[in-house]
Write a protein that binds this ligand. Structure first.
Ligand code: TYD
Length: 212
């Protein structure tokens, strides 16, 4: 495969999406072809699957069904969009991938990591070359999102869920120590972006994708 596949992970309020925009610009400045995507990524079949997951009327959806649908949407997006771009030599930046399923479905929903890996690995031929996990604890991240210091009772329920998501990410980091790079998400956004860009540049040089 000619391209380079980079994924980004983190809980809500981690600053992931804003960081990716700047990272794309940086990679363009390195003179490389780059696309940014996220599941379902404008792929019709994946969008349709995603609509089923997000439909507020589907309150009866079993957690297992949710996990299978995320995996199905992911495979379609991978095959229709990510792999063709990698084959053409693009650097592909993807906002969330399998580690989101490990954290959200495997951990927060309690389905277990083994089950999530099983259903995803059935169809995913490509794992990312590198994954950046923006590490910020949910209490800090959610305060940032809400733009306020006080957290109310309803927020606490959310925090409980997001704490489980966070533990899931910690587990994924342990499972894939060479692929997942943890970035201190309590730093300001500029610092987060520059540490990721530096790491990307080093990797691109090591892999002979760019010259020093
Ligand atoms: P999105 O609006 O894309 O949020 P974000 O900006 O946080 O990425 O919503 C994605 C939501 O879907 C987010 O809450 C995480 C969840 N999700 C899963 O539960 N499992 C998955 O496999 C993926 C990809 C996302």
């Amino acid at each position: 495969m000619k391209g380079y596949f980079i994924t980004f992970e983190g809980g809500e309020g981690s600053g992931k999406s804003s960081a990716i925009l700047e990272i794309q610009k940086y990679i363009e400045q390195l003179g490389l072809k780059v696309i940014t995507t996220r599941e379902p990524g404008g792929i019709k079949i994946s969008e349709q699957i995603r609509n089923v997951i997000l439909d507020v009327d589907n309150t009866d959806m079993a957690y297992e069904t949710e996990a299978l649908l995320y995996a199905a949407s992911r495979v379609q997006h991978l095959k229709e969009k990510v792999v063709p771009a990698l084959e053409k030599g693009y650097v592909v930046l993807c906002d969330r991938y399998i580690d989101s399923s490990i954290a959200y479905q495997g951990y927060a929903r309690g389905l277990g990591v083994e089950a999530i890996l099983g259903i995803n690995m059935f169809a995913l031929k490509y794992m990312p070359d590198v994954t950046y996990f923006i590490d910020v604890k949910p209490d800090i991240a959610l305060k940032r999102l809400n733009g306020r210091e006080k957290v109310d009772r309803l927020d606490l329920e959310k925090i409980d869920f997001h704490n489980r998501v966070y533990s899931g990410y910690m587990e994924a980091c342990k499972l894939y120590p060479s692929r997942i790079i943890s970035i201190d998400g309590t730093q300001n956004l500029e610092k987060i972006i520059s540490s990721i860009c530096e790491n990307i540049k080093e990797r691109m040089m090591e892999n002979g994708i760019i010259k020093g």
